[in-house]
Design a protein around this ligand. Structure first.
Ligand code: CU
Length: 135
């Protein structure tokens, strides 16, 4: 009877041990993955500049946008107007169309520095601005 009790306890002891090790192994990769993702996000945030631009009826806000040359710049374009607009910079081959209420995220990597004309193709007189690409 004593032997039976001992064996039962031994069995549960081993079982708990196995489950604990199994859980540790199962959780470890998850933790690593989460850390890697967080690091990647931090790296991206460091490298990419995020610039918010509002396209209204009938202006860009801000109307002077600074970008970094030879690196990804994230533009978050939001059309808050009641008609469609474009974010167009011919010199940089950028031409984004936004419907009313639409938001678009675009990543641009300008290869040259300078000051370039920004305009809306539908409202080229009122909706103008400048994109300044710096080193
Ligand atoms: Cu427009």
């Amino acid at each position: 009877m004593k032997r039976y009790l001992f064996n039962t306890l031994l069995f549960f002891g081993v079982a708990v041990g196995v489950i604990t090790v199994f859980q540790m192994v199962a959780q470890a990769p998850d933790l690593e993955l989460t850390e890697t993702k967080a690091e990647a996000r931090t790296l991206l945030a460091d490298r990419q500049m995020e610039i918010n631009v509002e396209l209204a009826d009938f202006s860009f806000n801000p109307n002077e946008i600074r970008l970094k040359a030879n690196q990804p710049n994230t533009l978050i374009l939001k059309n808050t107007g009641n008609t469609q607009h474009t974010f167009t910079v011919e010199a940089l081959k950028i031409d984004i169309l936004l419907k009313p209420g639409e938001t678009k995220e675009v990543v641009v990597t300008p290869s040259k520095t300078g000051t370039f004309k920004l305009y809306c193709r539908f409202h080229p007189r009122e909706m103008v601005g400048e994109v300044i690409v710096e080193k």
